[in-house]
Design a protein around this ligand. Structure first.
Ligand code: ATP
Length: 363
């Protein structure tokens, strides 16, 4: 069983910089895990430690129940797919895929069967005799995938494999990798800074920031119940709106107050506190008078329209009031021009509250 377990894993580089602090989580057999976070958060370092390309400074890393801290990459039963494909330019597609198997002295007939099988799966049958330079970027990345597949590893590691592809190919290859995951029943660990890739591909997502694991959860849980302001702001596009203020409680209930905003009636029973950040996703904001009737809306007051971005199926509306700026995703409709006034409401059931100082969710 190809579980991958990180137990208090730490990476301190030679210059004393700690890129990964105390990472503890388990990746189950057959799971597709995405490590996501902004540039420099430590996701590649984490993947490279699993691959054995970086030493571990502290903690224990196990693959399939075996501690691999000191095990060489080639003996870890893993295959890695890189962003830059890392193909041998002088070898054709067939030999690029066969290379690792030849090194391992796999019998010729078995190599042939595995390579042809992978080529079939990846739609590369007609390209087997071509050299990498005669291939498109998408085809090269499929060869890199093929090279990993023929090895039949227990764990696949992907380091931003789609970054060099154009938008359309990225979507195609993304679907292809998800399909392969289902077919191969392999454990896959995938690094990306792209939250759309993370949301669409991962069974679970590990969100990292500054070398710290922020939250580990399935995509929708991450989206609906972010553990803190960082995760809430990182997942979702456009990002969640944040407004700093305080919660006040009176006989008539709890309200969120912020300078320049109408007091906002809150659901549940939040306790009175200063230093509170209210979070609201752009799709949970509505223009007055055009919201679906079923929504339980709370009024945010009149805002000035700053910018309208028509996307076809929706409009992204940027509006402000005093020092508060909001982004809303609204239905395509007749909207006032920039500079005009618009009344905004929020879905009361979808508001998030965070402690401003620690960032931790209070919901
Ligand atoms: P990116 O998407 O930009 O690759 P990342 O999340 O994958 O970002 P890492 O490559 O894991 O980030 O790097 C994490 C941090 O460790 C960064 O601040 C980076 O500068 C630092 N770092 C990486 N390699 C070394 C090294 N060999 N020596 C010192 N610091 C390093």
């Amino acid at each position: 069983m190809a579980t991958v377990t990180l137990d208090h894993v730490k990476k301190e580089y030679d210059n004393g910089f700690v890129a990964v602090h105390d990472a503890t989580f388990q990746i189950e057999h057959g799971e597709f895990i995405v490590l996501v976070g902004p540039s420099g958060c430590g996701k590649s370092t984490t993947l490279r430690m699993i691959a054995g390309l970086e030493d571990i400074s502290g903690g224990t890393l196990s693959i399939g129940g075996r501690v691999v801290n000191e095990v060489a990459p080639k003996d870890r039963d893993i295959a890695m797919v890189f962003q830059n494909y890392a193909l041998y330019p002088h070898l054709d597609v067939y030999e690029n895929m066969a290379f690792g198997l030849r090194l391992r002295k796999t019998p010729k007939a078995e190599i042939d069967q595995r390579v042809r099988n992978a080529a079939e799966k990846l739609g590369l049958v007609d390209e087997l005799e071509r050299k990498p330079k005669a291939l498109s970027g998408g085809q090269r990345q499929r060869v890199a995938l093929g090279r990993a597949i023929v090895r039949n590893p227990a764990v696949f590691l992907f380091d931003e494999p789609l970054s060099n592809l154009d938008a359309k190919l990225r979507v195609q290859t993304r679907t292809q990798i998800s399909k392969l995951h289902r077919e191969l029943d392999a454990t896959m660990i995938y690094v990306t800074h792209d939250q759309v890739e993370a949301m669409t591909m991962g069974d679970r997502i590990v969100v990292l920031d500054a070398g710290h694991v922020q939250q580990i959860a399935p995509p929708l849980e991450l989206y609906n119940r972010p553990a803190n302001i960082f995760v809430a702001g990182f997942i979702g596009s456009p990002s969640m709106n944040f407004i700093e203020g305080a919660v006040e409680v009176s006989a008539s209930g709890a309200v969120f107050v912020s300078p320049g905003l109408e007091p906002l009636a809150l659901r549940g029973a939040p306790t009175a506190s200063s230093g509170i950040t209210l979070g609201c996703r752009p799709e949970d904001l509505y223009v007055h008078g055009v919201a679906p009737e079923a929504k339980s809306l709370v009024d945010l007051g009149a805002f000035t329209v700053d910018v309208l971005e028509p996307m076809g199926n929706e409009i992204v509306l940027y509006a402000s009031r005093g020092g508060t700026s909001l982004v809303a995703r609204v239905e395509p409709q007749e909207l006032p021009e920039p500079g005009a006034s618009v009344s905004l409401s929020a879905d009361a059931t979808k508001l998030h509250l965070f402690d401003t100082a620690s960032g931790v969710s209070l919901a």
